[in-house]
Design a protein around this ligand. Structure first.
Ligand SMILES: NC(=O)c1ccc[n+]([C@@H]2O[C@H](COP(=O)([O-])OP(=O)(O)OC[C@H]3O[C@@H](n4cnc5c(N)ncnc54)[C@H](O)[C@@H]3O)[C@@H](O)[C@H]2O)c1
Length: 266
């Protein structure tokens, strides 16, 4: 990533913003003079967390499509603009059943549809600001699905596919969309696994390491990139292998009709 610093005075919205990554990110952005709005499920703890960080708080359940739009409207009304949306809210599954469909649907609703609704809500505001960034917190589990949590793997894999398919459509608007794919990191979401990691001496990321990758993605991501963040390697763009191309009857590589490719990619 070719990092530049987000301009002081710009405005960032972080969903799931009072959790581990959100707090670390808010701290880094506040140091850079960015106005930060943390959107999260409502609680006294969440409101106090935002106040302690010098950030604003707005209650949001990301699974409520209309509420996402209302939050962005509130950000624009109160702060004049929106420059970056960090779609970061997420939950993991806990079930030990081979397939718990109720839990699967809940995780997909938050971790995938929350991202889709957040994108829908943010886009008009980012266009009005003359461009900006959407940074989605996906996960390594979206690139290397985990048998312990199929709903999470599907949701995060879907979020990465969503970012990759949306990003080219936004380039002409000056909007950069990218995904961050951290390995295990030291936040509340890994509480059920923490003892096992410690016993195995397995390295976990700090929330600050992930937040640094999120700031860098805002400032200089490759559109559609999925950045792997792992202990000891920092943030590295994942290189997708692509798929074998179709062959024509005569054995030539078939070209996708130009009309199916967005003008900015032809
Ligand atoms: N910690 C890790 O190991 C790890 C690794 C890869 C990806 N992630 C992803 O990072 C993101 C942030 O997680 P974290 O590690 O900071 O964990 P966290 O549990 O500390 O934070 C998650 C935040 O999301 C909020 N949230 C949950 N459901 C919500 C909803 N419906 N609407 C609005 N907010 C909601 C929670 O209240 C919480 O503040 C998540 O998307 C998670 O899947 C975490």
């Amino acid at each position: 990533m070719t990092e530049t610093t987000p301009a002081a005075g710009s405005v960032a919205l972080i969903t799931g913003g009072t959790g581990g990554f959100g707090r670390a990110l808010a701290g880094l952005l506040r140091e850079r003079g960015v106005t930060v709005v943390l959107a999260d499920l409502d609680s006294d703890r969440a409101r106090q967390t935002a106040a302690d960080l010098g950030a604003h708080f707005v209650a949001l359940d990301v699974t409520d499509r209309a509420a996402n739009a209302a939050v962005v409207a509130q950000v624009e009304a109160e702060h004049g603009r929106l420059d970056a949306a960090f779609l970061n809210a997420g939950i993991a599954g806990k079930s030990r059943d081979a397939l718990d469909v109720d839990e699967f649907l809940k995780v997909v609703e938050v971790d995938l549809f929350g991202v889709v609704y957040g994108t829908e809500a943010a886009l008009p505001a980012l266009r009005r600001a003359g461009g900006g960034s959407i940074v989605v917190t996906a996960s390594l589990a979206g690139l290397a699905p985990v048998a312990t949590d199929p709903g999470y793997s599907v949701a995060k894999g879907g979020a990465i596919a969503f970012v990759r398919s949306m990003a080219p459509r936004l380039v002409d608007d000056g909007i950069t969309m990218s995904a961050i794919c951290p390995g295990f990191a030291d936040t509340a979401i890994i509480d059920p696994l923490r003892d096992e990691f410690a016993a195995a001496d397995f390295p976990v990321l700090s929330a600050e390491e992930v937040a640094q990758a999120m700031v860098a993605a805002w400032a200089g991501a490759e559109p559609g990139a999925a950045y792997v963040v792992q202990p000891g390697i920092g943030a590295v763009p994942y290189r997708f292998k692509g798929v074998p191309a179709a062959k024509t009857a005569s054995g030539e590589t078939a070209a996708v009709p130009a009309s199916l490719i967005p003008p900015s990619l032809r």
